[in-house]
Design a protein around this ligand. Structure first.
Ligand code: HEC
Ligand code: HEC
Length: 391
């Protein structure tokens, strides 16, 4: 059975339809258990070479939470992607790895990462399977010199040897990082969340699911704010990302005068992707080059991947560098036309889609209220927060 869905990318208000870009291949038996897709989301795409099975998902969850796969024995994937924080490390602005070493970037959520075409803020990784290789050996994350210590554990620990045999039919040297990362990716593909008040209002016609302020916020999101041109909403689903890269004016101002020098040095270094991974997470100034570090296209200077906005109210602070503390700060940044302080000049590489919005204070609050409506039940706070959404 092969299901190929049309996949569309919104760009500056124009929605382009690419037929069959994301295809789900597999048989019903390979579909994960209880995998009814939540309201507002498409079926989860997965590679033909790594079908979902309950046992593989369980193994992946164990690997995701195993602190032994770090040089200090206390950091796992879950340290920075906590279920209780919608799979981020909120309220940290940049992540803390081994020995409290800090990186340069804010941890994006793993929830719905299954729908991302490229992973990381600069898209340097092509798949969840590939992505999972990097944190283990990044010096400011899990700090291992290479992947050998992980293989040693999974080839000898009785629970792991049983699970790898069961899931992949492999043991001893037969177990490689391929199997480890396939299992982790399978677990990540089950972290899917939709069914927010917005989904019930927009896709299921529940008129009372949003407050009036949130409904006005939606209108601003689509029209005056033009947010939807990058944070996409389609007819039957909403990923709130176009899976593309844009410079919205965050971080690059700090290196504005040095861009030619930094970019030049970067190009000269001819770094491999593994080296890029280390460089962008350990050197703040290189980090700000954004997508350029991967594509080496001047258009991509200071560009980062459009993040999803699902559960965003639970994952402060914001942006690739965690520099904006609240959702209100984010809207003010956009309202200023892509600068955090209205008096600052905009950067030379700013996306054409970012211009001053002339939103009133009330409209800013309504946009924030709308983003509060994007939280799925699993991540909703026990006590609803007091914002314009309660009006
Ligand atoms: C020290 C904290 C830390 C640890 C440990 C960590 N991550 Fe992350 N994760 C981050 C940060 C920071 C980023 C963003 C880095 C970037 O974009 O350059 C990230 C990005 C990601 C992304 C990309 C999401 C997207 O939308 O592009 C995924 C998926 C992910 N991590 C999964 C994992 C897995 C799997 C592990 C364990 C193997 C792991 N992380 C370990 C901090 C961490
Ligand atoms: C031109 C494309 C574009 C437009 C238009 C746009 N965004 Fe974004 N948005 C992005 C990108 C790219 C980022 C990440 C930027 C970075 O980290 O440097 C982002 C980040 C965000 C974040 C932070 C999310 C997080 O997890 O850190 C929020 C919130 C947000 N945008 C809301 C909005 C709202 C509300 C509007 C409309 C007023 C809007 N965006 C308009 C592309 C866009």
């Amino acid at each position: 059975m092969k299901k190929c869905g049309g996949y569309s990318v919104g760009f500056l208000g124009v929605t382009l339809l690419f037929g069959g870009l994301l295809c789900v291949t597999g048989t019903a038996a390979e579909t994960p258990p209880g995998s009814t897709v939540p309201l507002g989301l498409p079926p989860v795409p997965f590679p033909e070479t790594n079908p979902q099975t309950p046992e593989k998902i369980g193994l992946g969850e164990k690997l995701f939470n195993d602190v032994r796969f770090s040089s200090t024995g206390v950091i796992s994937c879950a340290t920075c992607h906590l279920a209780a924080k919608a799979f981020t490390d909120s309220p940290l602005s940049v992540s803390e790895g081994i020995n409290k070493l800090t990186g340069t970037r804010n941890a994006p959520t793993v929830v719905n990462a299954a729908y991302m075409k490229l992973l990381f803020w600069d898209g340097r990784s092509p798949s969840l399977e590939d992505q999972a290789l990097h944190p283990f050996v990044n010096p400011v994350e899990m700090g291992l010199a290479d992947h050998e210590p992980i293989l040693k554990i999974v080839r000898s620990d009785p629970e792991y040897t049983r699970a790898f045999k069961n899931v992949f039919g492999k043991e001893g040297e037969g177990i490689t990082m391929n199997e480890v990362t396939m299992a982790i990716a399978s677990f990540e593909r089950t972290q899917i969340s939709g069914d927010s008040p917005f989904d019930r209002w927009y896709f299921a016609g529940e008129k009372d699911a949003l407050t009036e302020a949130q409904q006005r916020g939606f209108d601003l999101f689509v029209n005056k704010g033009r947010c939807v041109s990058c944070h996409t909403i389609e007819q039957t689903q909403a990923l709130f990302t176009d899976n593309r890269f844009h410079n919205v004016g965050v971080g690059i101002n700090a290196i504005q005068n040095d861009v030619p020098q930094l970019a030049g040095e970067f190009l000269k270094a001819q770094a491999t992707m593994a080296e890029v991974d280390v460089k962008v997470l350990t050197d703040k100034r290189t980090s700000e080059l954004g997508r350029f570090a991967v594509s080496r296209g001047l258009d991509d200077l200071g560009s980062f991947k459009t993040p999803t906005l699902r559960n965003v109210a639970e994952t402060a602070p914001y942006m690739h560098d965690g520099s904006l503390k609240t959702l209100k700060d984010v809207i003010v940044h956009y309202n200023n036309g892509g600068v955090t302080n209205a008096a600052d000049p905009v950067n030379d590489f700013l996306s054409g889609g970012i211009r001053p919005l002339n939103l009133t204070d009330t409209e800013v609050d309504e946009l924030v209220a709308f983003m509060d409506a994007l939280t799925s039940p699993a991540f909703a706070p026990a006590t609803p927060r007091q914002t314009a959404s309660s009006k």
